[in-house]
Design a protein around this ligand. Structure first.
Ligand code: SF4
Ligand code: SF4
Length: 466
């Protein structure tokens, strides 16, 4: 960061007084958190990239097959009628994020958010490789458009576009099977223009975000950072400056100064351009760069590390951080309750489904010898093997002999959905009025069963005798 621009609590460092953008060029930083974060980032990039490839129960680990309305999540297959379960998934993920924030602050932002992972560990690495360290990058920004600058800019942005296209294709792989995506990639864009457009828009959006918008997404757009103050309390571990130890800042030679030597190294490495010494701020994405930077300085001046560290407000005040506190009990209780309800809801999902509706038209039909009710049964085989569906009526003993069913079994291939007509007849001589009827669908060899309750309806029996 330019030495002429000092962060303050009244303005955003990345915006100049005239509203123009102030480009942040964080200085290189080395240390234990930098190494750990890089390892975590590599692991996460591998996970993001591999999830659509790793098969679980015959389907990709995560495959949101919108075209066929099947959603595969780690071996569980959801059909459209199961989508209400996503409420648990989305609200569960959001609540888990809140839960983690209450204890560890914005650890998600600094360590696992795709914005940070790709910006810091992919795009900024490319930029560092092509444009050099922070002072060189700033110099290049201000330099005239010499042939050298043009070549560097073209190379950098070409690589940015290639990476953006790669990420966009991986993103598309979550919605289209890998073999299908591969075949699309080898065909003309006009044969799958909507997907081509989708990938094109995602590529351009990613490129604009990672090449230009960058930290503005966290500071201006992301709502999570704004909720931070409501989610943390004085016992939450945040990245914090130990002002008791550091203040007043001054040179090493000054016996009255604190441990902070006012070198501003923590500011120079900050990707959002803030000064952590001014306290916890919305712009802090918890990247821990300032911890490593300050630890390096402390090593050089022979002072203990940890002037900037993960610490709670209570700890900075010299009191004990309490992990077990009312907020912790409440959040843990709610989390356990949510996990139990979601676990039960997901356990009800079966690899088959059967939706039964009475066929449109008359509720019943009377022929010479019987009364007929007709149902439309939508059978769905969500498993990866063929299943034979058998549909049987379950009725009270007194009706058992009276009910006649026309066809009882259908063979459905893997992931096949079929709408069948199921007819129940009751001979006129045994008919004495409507009765409750249960339809039982069994799929073999899985042995799964689904039951639905219905009513057999017909005319008033006395009218038939006239
Ligand atoms: S890096 Fe450490 S010593 Fe230097 S200004 Fe920041 S807090 Fe002070
Ligand atoms: S203040 Fe420290 S932890 Fe927060 S964004 Fe800046 S460098 Fe990262």
């Amino acid at each position: 960061m330019s030495a002429s621009k000092r962060p303050n609590l009244d303005t955003v460092t990345t915006i100049n007084r005239d509203g123009s953008r102030f480009a942040i060029h964080p200085a290189d930083v080395f240390g234990r958190f930098t190494v750990l974060r890089r390892l975590v980032a590599l692991l996460l990039i591998a996970v993001y990239g591999l999830l659509p490839w790793i098969p679980v129960n015959g389907n990709p680990a995560v495959f949101l097959d919108i075209m066929n309305r099947r959603f595969h999540l780690f071996g569980l297959t959801l059909a459209t009628q199961d989508l209400w379960l996503l409420v648990f998934l989305i609200s569960g993920l959001a609540f888990t994020l809140f839960y983690v924030t209450a204890f560890l602050g914005r650890v998600w932002c600094g360590w696992a958010c795709p914005q940070t992972v790709f910006l810091e560990h992919v795009y900024r690495r490319v930029e560092r490789w092509i444009d050099g360290d922070a002072p060189n990058r700033r110099k290049l920004d201000k330099a005239f458009w010499s042939p050298g600058k043009i070549v560097r800019r073209l190379l950098k942005h070409a690589i940015f576009i290639v990476f953006s296209a790669l990420i966009a294709h991986v993103f598309l792989a979550y919605f289209v099977s890998i073999p299908e995506l591969w075949s699309w990639m080898r065909q003309s864009p006009f044969e799958h223009w909507s997907s081509f457009l989708f990938v094109g828009i995602i590529t351009l959006t990613l490129y604009a975000n990672f090449a230009w918008f960058r930290e503005q997404l966290c500071i201006v757009i992301c709502p999570y950072g704004r909720m931070q103050s409501a989610l943390v309390d004085e016992h939450t571990l945040n990245i914090a400056y130990d002002y008791q130890r550091g203040e007043p800042p001054g040179p090493v030679s000054d016996p009255n100064a604190g441990d902070c030597i006012d070198c501003r190294r923590c500011v120079q490495v900050c990707p959002t351009g803030i000064d952590i010494r001014q306290g916890l701020q919305l712009e802090c994405v918890g990247c821990a760069n300032c911890i490593d930077a300050c630890d390096q300085i402390m090593d050089r001046v022979n002072r203990p590390r940890g002037l900037i560290r993960y610490a709670s407000e209570e700890e900075l005040e010299g009191r004990r951080t309490r992990w077990l506190r009312p907020r912790a009990y409440l959040y843990t209780g709610l989390l356990l309750l949510g996990i139990s309800v979601a676990g039960f809801a997901f356990s009800t999902v079966k690899p088959i489904s059967a939706q039964v509706t009475r066929m449109t038209g008359s509720a019943f039909y009377i022929s010479e010898d019987s009364i007929r009710n007709q149902y439309r049964v939508n059978l769905l085989n969500k498993s990866t093997q063929a299943q034979t569906f058998r549909i049987e009526p379950v009725v009270a003993a007194e009706w058992a002999d009276a009910v006649v069913v026309e066809r009882q079994s259908w063979e459905l291939g893997p992931s096949e959905e079929r709408s069948v007509t199921w007819v129940v007849r009751v001979p006129l001589e045994t008919y004495t009025g409507g009765f409750p009827l249960e339809i039982q669908v069994t799929a073999e060899p899985g042995g799964w069963q689904v039951k639905r309750e219905l009513n057999f309806v017909g005319p008033d029996p006395s009218l038939l005798q006239q």
